[in-house]
Design a protein around this ligand. Structure first.
Ligand code: IMP
Length: 194
């Protein structure tokens, strides 16, 4: 890939959408440091247990891959995919499970791994649905939490970064499936997808 420059510095060549890449909100180095801290905290909190990491596709796949390698325990992993009724960025709070888990949650210590909590409606729904499957415990580990945006409150046991309420891309987060492979988290300068 060729390097190019936009008003926020050098960026990889992303075609006609380069000018939509905004400033870095969290750098790859900061993410790596924080993911290591979260992994250490989980390793200590779950010492002697084998938690099941439940990744919420697709956004959490990069975070989960890095986090899992920072947890010094015999973790297992499974994934689910959800789609919310509403627009792409404004969830209605009603979530449809598009791909369900393969592993039974009964008596498991479950850690839900999510990319970002915005209104919180998606996770709130998911949390209730997973709690109904009788896990031994359930906690949530989210990389990002948008400041002041939550419409529902529930406990977030592990939070990577609290960020201002901008639309962000990179490190797994997308706009119309693009930008997931950006190593940093950046503000998206285009209009939010409806
Ligand atoms: P919530 O239900 O409002 O908390 O929305 C959570 C979901 O919306 C996340 O899992 C993402 O898929 C998506 N989302 C919310 N904010 C952003 C963002 O800034 N960038 C990319 N996706 C986002």
């Amino acid at each position: 890939m060729t390097e190019t420059v936009n008003q926020h510095g050098p960026v990889t060549e992303w075609g006609e959408k380069d000018n939509l890449l905004g400033p870095v909100v969290v750098s790859a180095e900061e993410i790596a440091k924080r993911v290591a801290e979260l992994g250490a905290a989980i390793s200590s909190d779950y010492a002697g247990r084998a938690p099941l990491l439940v990744g919420v596709l697709k956004g959490a796949f990069v975070f989960l891959a890095d986090l899992a390698r920072r947890i010094d325990l015999p973790v297992e992993m499974d994934f689910m995919a959800v789609s919310s009724y509403g627009t792409a960025t404004k969830t209605s709070g009603v979530v449809r499970i598009v791909k369900d888990l393969d592993i039974d949650l009964t008596e498991r210590d479950v850690i839900v791994v999510e990319d970002i909590v915005d209104s919180g409606l998606t996770l709130s729904y998911l949390r209730k649905s997973l709690l109904a499957r009788s896990p031994a415990s359930l906690s949530i580990c989210t990389l990002l939490k948008k400041h002041g945006q939550q419409r529902v409150t529930f406990q977030l046991e592990y939070v990577g970064f609290e960020i201002p309420p901008h639309f962000v891309i990179g490190y797994g987060l997308d706009v119309a499936e693009r930008y997931r492979n950006l190593p940093d988290l950046r503000i998206y300068l285009g209009s939010e997808p409806e």
